[in-house]
Design a binder for this molecule. Structure first.
Ligand SMILES: [Zn+2]
Length: 80
C-alpha cells in the first residue's frame, strides 16, 4: 500500500508515532469500533487515535487497518 500503513508496527506507541507522522491522528476509522477498556469503560473509537474517556488509555490503529478491531492497540495512558 502506498501509505505505508501496511508495514507491521510492533506496538501501540509505534502506531501512534506512525499515524501522527502522517498527520492522520484525527481521521475517522473505517469502522467505529466499540472499545472495551481494561478500566471497565466502553466507548466508540471515533478517531484512529483516541484516549479512553475514563482512564486516558490511548488506543491507536492505522487508517487502513481500522476495519479490523484486532489492529487496535493500546499505547499507554495518555500517550497521544
Ligand atoms: Zn479506560
Amino acid at each position: 500500500m502506498s501509505c505505508g500503513c501496511s508495514s507491521r508496527l510492533k506496538d501501540g506507541k509505534a502506531v501512534v508515532d506512525h499515524v501522527k507522522s502522517k498527520g492522520k491522528d484525527s481521521q475517522a476509522p473505517l469502522v467505529a469500533h466499540e472499545i472495551h477498556c481494561d478500566c471497565g469503560e466502553t466507548f466508540t473509537l471515533e478517531t484512529v487515535i483516541m484516549n479512553c474517556p475514563s482512564c486516558g488509555m490511548t488506543y491507536a490503529v492505522t487508517p487502513c487497518g481500522s476495519d479490523d478491531i484486532n489492529n487496535i492497540k493500546q499505547a499507554g495512558i495518555q500517550y497521544a
